[in-house]
Design a protein around this ligand. Structure first.
Ligand SMILES: Nc1ncnc2c1ncn2[C@@H]1O[C@H](COP(=O)(O)OP(=O)(O)OP(=O)(O)O)[C@@H](O)[C@H]1O
Length: 538
């Protein structure tokens, strides 16, 4: 089958995987060729989910669950469009689908990840509405061909009406397959997930306003819309005349949230707790994505347990030390992998690549979340971008005074009272550099700054006995260089860094960072890096 999923397949995958995520249940019955679909297939299906199970399935998402349930209201309550947003892997999709499972409401779900063009998106939605399956019998074709937004609106009007009529038809309910529950209420919800990816599409500048306007265009009382996005409303085009959807924010998990989430399905929670005491802090400084942490921790935990003959017992202090020294060599490589890896690539970025997305970046004072920027990149790429910004912004002559011998910003040194003459000189240098705009720099300088700023990140494993530095090259500078070059080329592709021609004397390529200070500060905030301490100012 092609890359496009059939709606039923998409529904089955999404819904059963979500059910599995909640309490480890596999909730959804599968569609067999003999299954005769009815509107009851528009509900989540599977076993009903009580509010208690919903809350205990998502321990740190209680406020968002309550907010969603409140906004959806009792069956048949009309609802203005919702805009559910938060960083990648913060549980938006899973929580929404489980809320629908709990409420047993009829919905159509389409992700802009699997539906990667307007046509596929429109047709996937229509196929689901028409209970049409793309399979051998249908020649793997859609129920209707739909490319243009205007056709989509007409088809939606027609098809939503039919679905609503069927939902209201009580005789259909009586005849329906007894293994499936009849959905509650006559309102049909359309959930469009991973909306941020639409910005990558060719006609995004007209498609996004169209989608935001859809509710107003349709004016159907029994139709509701939910957008799900990993970037905030601020990163979308604004002032397009549509009513802004009601925002529901999923904040990034704190270290304590992550501990709760990671520990809850472990057979020996005490043992896993000891393991988390070592790894959670350093790893959560590099990523707070639950999926990334779960993956890396599952193999690390196996290593941690290797010396244990009985993994159901709780290790004493001596055993804990043995476990630590056995597993210590595996920590840095794993940290390295996650630091350099294509983290957050789920936001529409090709593996390992960074893309600059179109869309305004409005100032948002309180929101410290990276979602305000509207794209994602690996932690290493963020540090590299900041290094490039510093190299372009600060005069090279001041590098030594901004970074101490161990690489960090030496505040003590900087606080020393400078003589009036040196202050004047510094001011002149800074003024000149501001007048010239972002300066160019050679690769060596970029690498030096990058090593300086990453060497000061505190990701020590055990502060007293087991100091362990941040993932660096472990003495292998060619390995480090090749990683830097690959990240640098992605940043150049995304136009965050431009090649600034070659130096006539050295003949080597020089680079220039093109991002604004505002933007650099946002990137720095997302990795909790104190950029202002490294910027030379008047
Ligand atoms: N609070 C939570 N409780 C249980 N599982 C969670 C929670 N948050 C995230 N997960 C798990 O993390 C994974 C990613 O979650 P999900 O896809 O719902 O995130 P998302 O915010 O929609 O991500 P994206 O923006 O990338 O689509 C899933 O396996 C999900 O079950």
């Amino acid at each position: 089958m092609g890359k496009e999923e059939s709606p039923q397949a998409a529904r089955r995958t999404t819904r059963s995987s979500c059910a599995a995520a909640s309490n480890g249940e596999v909730g959804r019955s599968t569609f067999t060729p003999l299954h005769n679909p009815t509107v009851s297939d528009l509900a989540f299906g599977g076993e009903p989910l009580s509010s208690e199970d919903l809350r205990s399935g998502f321990p740190v998402r209680r406020p968002q669950i309550l907010e969603l349930v409140h906004l959806l209201g009792p069956p048949n309550s009309p609802m203005l469009p919702l805009f559910v947003y938060g960083g990648a892997s913060t549980g938006k999709t899973t929580v929404i689908l489980q809320v629908f499972r709990h409420l047993n409401r009829p919905f159509v779900y389409a992700s802009c990840r699997t539906c990667y063009s307007p046509r596929i998106l429109f047709e996937s939605i229509l196929n689901q509405l028409l209970l049409h399956r793309k399979n051998e019998a249908s020649g793997y074709s859609s129920a209707k061909r739909c490319e243009k937004p205007s056709d989509f609106v007409n088809f939606l009007r027609e098809d939503v009406g039919k679905v609503v009529d069927s939902l209201k038809d009580r005789s259909g309910k009586r005849k329906s397959n007894k293994s499936r529950r009849w959905p509650k209420g006559d309102i049909l919800y359309l959930i469009i997930d991973n909306l941020e990816l639409v910005r990558e599409w060719d006609k995004s500048s007209s498609l996004l306003p169209f989608l935001f306007n859809l509710y107003d265009i349709l004016k159907l009382p029994n139709f509701a819309l939910i957008f799900v996005s990993s970037s905030s409303p601020d990163t979308y085009y604004s002032s397009m005349g549509y009513i802004e959807p009601i925002p529901v924010f999923f904040p990034e998990y704190t270290e304590e949230d992550l501990r709760q989430l990671l520990i809850r399905n472990q057979a020996n929670q005490k043992l896993y707790g000891c393991f988390l005491d070592i790894v959670l802090r350093p790893f959560s400084r590099v990523t707070r994505r639950l999926d990334e942490l779960s993956t890396v921790f599952s193999s690390l935990f196996q290593k941690y347990c290797e010396p244990l003959s009985d993994t159901s017992s709780f290790p004493n202090d001596e055993m804990k030390r043995r476990l630590f020294s056995h597993f210590r060599p595996y920590i840095s490589p794993a940290l390295n992998e996650i630091f350099w890896g294509p983290s957050q690539c789920l936001s529409g970025i090709e593996s390992g690549k960074v893309t600059r997305q179109r869309g305004s970046i409005r100032k948002h004072e309180d929101n410290e979340d990276f979602t305000e920027i509207g794209f994602h990149m690996s932690t290493a790429a963020k540090y590299l971008l900041i290094s490039a910004f510093l190299a372009s912004r600060n005069p090279a002559t001041l590098d030594a005074s901004l970074f101490d011998s161990t690489g960090g910003s030496d505040n003590r040194k900087r606080k020393r009272k400078a003589s009036e003459k040196s202050m004047e000189q510094k001011e002149t240098v800074e003024q000149e550099s501001l007048m010239k705009g972002p300066g160019t720099f050679p690769l060596e300088r970029l690498l030096a700054i990058f090593q300086c700023i990453t060497s000061v990140i505190d990701v020590t494993i055990d502060e007293e006995e087991h100091g362990d530095g941040f993932p660096t090259d472990g003495g292998n500078s060619s390995w480090l260089m090749s990683n830097v070059l690959s990240q640098l080329s992605s940043l150049c592709d995304a136009n965050f860094i431009a090649k600034g021609g070659s130096c006539p004397l050295e003949g080597s390529t020089r680079y220039r960072c093109t991002i604004s200070e505002d933007f650099a500060l946002k990137v720095a905030r997302s990795i909790k890096f104190a950029l202002p301490n490294y910027l030379c100012r008047r």
